[in-house]
Design a protein around this ligand. Structure first.
Ligand code: ADP
Ligand code: ADP
Length: 224
């Protein structure tokens, strides 16, 4: 089964009101295990709306979202939340790390919440930090880390519970070009080392070209 299958997604905001905006007009997408796909879209094209729907944070007006072959569309909010927590990792432009906790602890906490034992969670966090090249920073709080290091920690946190799907919205959009390039390289190594499927929105065409496929979003539809 594909990791993610989107079929015929439609979404309109403010339906029937003066501010009505039809954002998704039939979005279809299939992502297989190990596939890393770039999503390139002009601002306002509906990229965040699509990522939220794919990430089970919002529901479409029409169409279906399937994860691992299971249709999520008709599930209760509780089941969708459970599926989101176990199957999906999110990365944003800003890291959203907890400021009072160390880098390591930021990666450990979601694992504890998922019922993983502390020893196992810490070992996994250290392994992830090593893979993105910042193991020596494990005990630093976010404020003591550079922007690139903060984002690397956020990548580790997103993968801490071994999701099947990674959704990233401008993961390096807040970094200068050189740091962006290095941090993106670290993200690719991390993703390639796990076999998970990733959908990564970016304005950076050079970064997009390093992924397996590039999809463009325009006028509420995807094209290659
Ligand atoms: P992108 O991420 O590609 O910039 P978005 O999905 O955020 O696009 O937004 C697409 C369009 O939908 C924009 O015109 C935006 O103003 C509008 N929009 C997004 N969210 C809402 C909302 N909650 N209510 C009304 N309009 C929205
Ligand atoms: P938790 O309560 O364990 O933090 P949630 O189910 O609330 O988990 O969220 C799962 C993921 O979705 C988290 O990475 C969180 O940052 C993200 N998330 C939750 N709500 C929103 C939202 N409204 N917009 C964007 N991302 C969200």
């Amino acid at each position: 089964d594909p990791v993610l299958h989107l079929q015929g997604l439609q979404k309109t905001y403010n339906k029937g009101l003066p501010g009505e905006v039809q954002v998704l007009r039939g979005v279809d997408l299939t992502l297989h295990p190990g596939e890393v796909v770039a999503l390139v879209a002009p601002s306002g094209a509906g990229k965040s709306t699509m990522l939220h729907i794919a990430g089970l944070l919002d529901v479409p007006d029409a169409g279906t979202v399937s994860l691992g072959g299971q249709d999520m569309t008709g599930l209760s909010d509780r089941k969708r939340t459970a599926a989101r927590r176990s199957d999906i990792g999110f990365i944003y432009q800003f890291h959203h790390l907890l400021p009072e906790f160390s880098a390591l602890e930021n990666i450990v906490l979601p694992q504890l919440a998922a019922g993983i034992a502390r020893g196992t969670a810490e070992a996994r966090a250290r392994d992830l930090l090593t893979r993105v090249g910042i193991a020596p920073r494990a005990d630093h709080r976010p404020a003591a880390l550079s922007g690139g290091e903060q984002q690397r920690v956020a990548f580790c946190r997103a993968l801490a519970n071994q999701p099947r799907l990674l959704l990233a919205d401008e993961p390096t959009g807040n970094l200068d070009p050189e740091t962006s390039d290095q941090v993106f390289g670290a993200l690719m190594e991390l993703v390639r080392g796990t076999g998970l499927a990733a959908l990564i929105a970016t304005h950076n065409l050079e970064l997009a070209s390093r992924m397996d496929r590039v999809l463009r979003m325009d006028a509420g539809r995807l094209s290659t």
